[in-house]
Write a protein that binds this ligand. Structure first.
Ligand SMILES: Nc1ncnc2c1ncn2[C@@H]1O[C@H](COP(=O)(O)OP(=O)(O)OP(=O)(O)O)[C@@H](O)[C@H]1O
Ligand SMILES: CC(C)(CO)[C@@H](O)C(=O)NCCC(=O)O
Length: 403
C-alpha cells in the first residue's frame, strides 16, 4: 500500500480527501482507486476524452466521490470521515494522525473556523486553499474534464452544451451559496471577483424557515413546487387593472413588487400558505441574482454565465427563473448555464490543488472522466426534480494522471 492511501473494501484505496466548509454546507470530495497503470510518452488514449501525455505517467483509475453535510451538523461530518477513515489518506510517510504530516486540503471559511476542531477530533491539519481560487479551479475542471457538465434550461427542457476548450473564456461564474460571489474568469487561475450579493441561498433558507416553519431546506423547496407566487406578489396587472405596460416591455403577469400584495391584503402571515410564501421567496431571490448576474455580464461584455452553488439544487423553478431573467434583461444576448456538480466547485478545486499529498507523493496532473457517464452506467443522476431525486452521495468514474 502506498503512503497516503488507505485500503478499503477489497481492492479499493481512498486518497485525496478535500473539504469545502461553507456557511451552510460542508462538501467532501475524495478519490477511491481500484487500478493503477501508466501511460507512455505521447501515447494517446483511445477514449473519447483522449489526452496526449508527453511522459510516462502513472494513471490511477477509480471513482471520485461526493458527499455533503450541514455545517451546523459538523459532528456528523467528522463521524463520516472517521468511520470511513477518509482522513488517513492525507497522512504521508506513515505519519500518524496528529503529526504534522497529516494534512487535508480544505477551503471555505470553515477551513479557518474549524481548523482546531479537525485537529482535536481527527488529528489532521487543514491545509487551507483560497475559496475563490478553488471555485474557479473547480469550475474550469468540470467544464473541461467532465462530459455533459453544463446545460441550459429553457421551458422545462435542459440542453447540454458542448464546451469548446479553446473558446471557454471569458465567462462569468456565479456561485450561489449562503451568499453569492460573481467572478469573471479569464483562464486557469486568471480571474477577478467582480461582485457579490448577500441575498443568496442563506437568505432563502433563513427567511423561508422563519416564514413557513419548515424543518429542512428540501421541505422548503418542495413547498415551492405547489405554491402560486401571484397570491403574494404584486403583478403589473394588479397595478394596471389587468393590463400590461407594453411601452416599457412589462407583461401584465410580470412581478411589479415581490411580496407586494401583502401590504394591501389586510392579512396575517398565517393567512398565507407556506407553499405560496416559499414560491414567492424563491422567485424573488432567483430573480434578483439573475438580474445582478446579467448586469455584471454586461459590465464586462460576457456572453456566458455559469451558475453554481448548492442553492440551485437542479431545481426547475429556480433555474427557470434565473434563465428567464438573464434572457429577458439581456434581450437574448447572454445565456445562463448550469452545472451538474453545482455545489462541489470549491471542494473540487481544493482536490485539484493537491501537490505533495496523496498517492506516491505525487502531483495530481490531470483528472479525466473515464467515459461519458449515463445514469445506468454509474448510478449518477442529474440533481433534483429534473429527473428524479437528488442523491447526496454521488461518484464519477475517472482517472487521475499523476507525475
Ligand atoms: N440540505 C441543505 N441544507 C441547507 N441548505 C441547503 C441544503 N441544500 C441546499 N441548500 C442551499 O444551499 C446553500 C448553501 O450552498 P453552498 O453549499 O454552495 O454554500 P456555502 O459554501 O455553504 O456558503 P458560502 O460559500 O457562502 O460560505 C444554502 O444556503 C441553501 O440555500
Ligand atoms: C463571504 C463568502 C465569500 C463566503 O463564502 C460568500 O458568502 C459571499 O460571497 N457572500 C456575499 C458577500 C458580498 O459580496 O456581499
Amino acid at each position: 500500500m502506498d503512503p497516503g492511501s488507505l485500503e478499503i473494501q477489497g481492492n479499493s484505496t481512498i486518497s485525496h480527501l478535500a473539504l469545502d466548509i461553507g456557511g451552510s454546507l460542508i462538501k467532501l470530495v475524495y478519490f477511491s482507486r481500484y487500478e493503477e497503470f501508466s501511460v507512455d510518452d505521447n501515447e494517446e488514449k483511445s477514449s473519447k476524452e483522449s489526452l496526449l501525455v508527453s511522459k510516462r505517467y502513472p494513471v490511477l483509475q477509480g471513482r471520485l466521490h461526493f458527499a455533503k453535510f450541514e455545517t451546523s451538523k459538523i459532528n456528523d461530518c467528522l463521524e463520516f470521515i472517521r468511520r470511513n477513515q477518509l482522513h488517513l489518506g492525507g497522512c504521508q510517510h506513515g505519519g500518524a494522525p496528529g503529526s504534522e504530516n497529516c494534512c487535508v486540503k480544505a477551503t471555505g471559511g470553515g477551513a479557518y473556523k474549524y481548523a482546531d476542531l479537525f485537529k482535536e477530533e481527527l488529528g489532521i491539519y487543514l491545509d487551507k486553499e483560497d475559496e475563490m481560487d478553488c471555485l474557479v479551479a473547480g469550475a474550469n475542471f468540470l467544464l473541461k474534464a467532465v462530459h455533459e457538465e453544463a446545460f441550459t434550461y429553457t421551458d422545462g427542457r435542459k440542453d447540454f452544451v458542448q464546451i469548446d476548450h479553446d473558446d471557454l473564456y471569458p465567462y462569468l461564474l456565479v456561485n450561489i451559496g449562503s451568499g453569492v460571489s460573481m467572478i469573471k474568469v479569464d483562464g486557469d487561475g486568471k480571474f477577478e471577483r467582480v461582485s457579490g450579493t448577500n441575498v443568496g441561498g442563506g437568505t432563502f433558507w433563513g427567511l423561508g424557515r422563519l416564514l413557513t416553519k419548515c424543518k429542512s431546506f428540501d421541505e422548503l423547496l418542495e413547498l415551492s413546487h405547489q405554491g402560486n407566487n401571484r397570491v403574494i406578489d404584486m403583478l403589473v396587472g394588479d397595478i394596471y387593472g389587468g393590463m400590461e405596460y407594453s411601452k416599457i416591455g412589462l407583461s401584465s403577469t410580470a412581478i411589479a413588487s415581490s411580496f407586494g400584495k401583502a401590504i394591501s391584503d389586510n392579512k396575517e402571515l398565517t393567512d398565507y400558505s407556506p407553499e405560496d410564501i416559499s414560491r414567492s421567496l424563491l422567485r424573488m431571490i432567483s430573480n434578483n441574482i439573475g438580474q445582478i448576474s446579467y448586469l455584471n455580464a454586461l459590465r464586462f461584455g460576457l456572453k456566458r454565465i455559469f451558475f453554481g452553488g448548492f442553492f440551485i439544487r437542479g431545481h426547475a423553478y429556480t433555474m427557470d427563473t434565473i434563465s428567464v431573467g438573464v434572457h429577458f434583461w439581456s434581450k437574448g444576448e447572454a445565456k445562463a448555464l448550469f452545472l451538474r456538480h453545482e455545489g462541489f466547485l470549491g471542494a473540487l478545486g481544493a482536490f485539484a490543488s493537491y501537490e505533495k499529498h496523496g498517492l506516491d507523493d505525487s502531483i495530481v496532473r490531470q483528472l479525466v472522466q473515464q467515459s461519458p457517464i449515463s445514469a445506468s452506467h454509474t448510478g449518477y443522476k442529474i440533481h433534483g426534480p429534473l429527473n428524479g431525486e437528488w442523491n447526496d452521495n454521488e461518484s464519477i468514474e475517472c482517472s487521475v494522471y499523476v507525475s
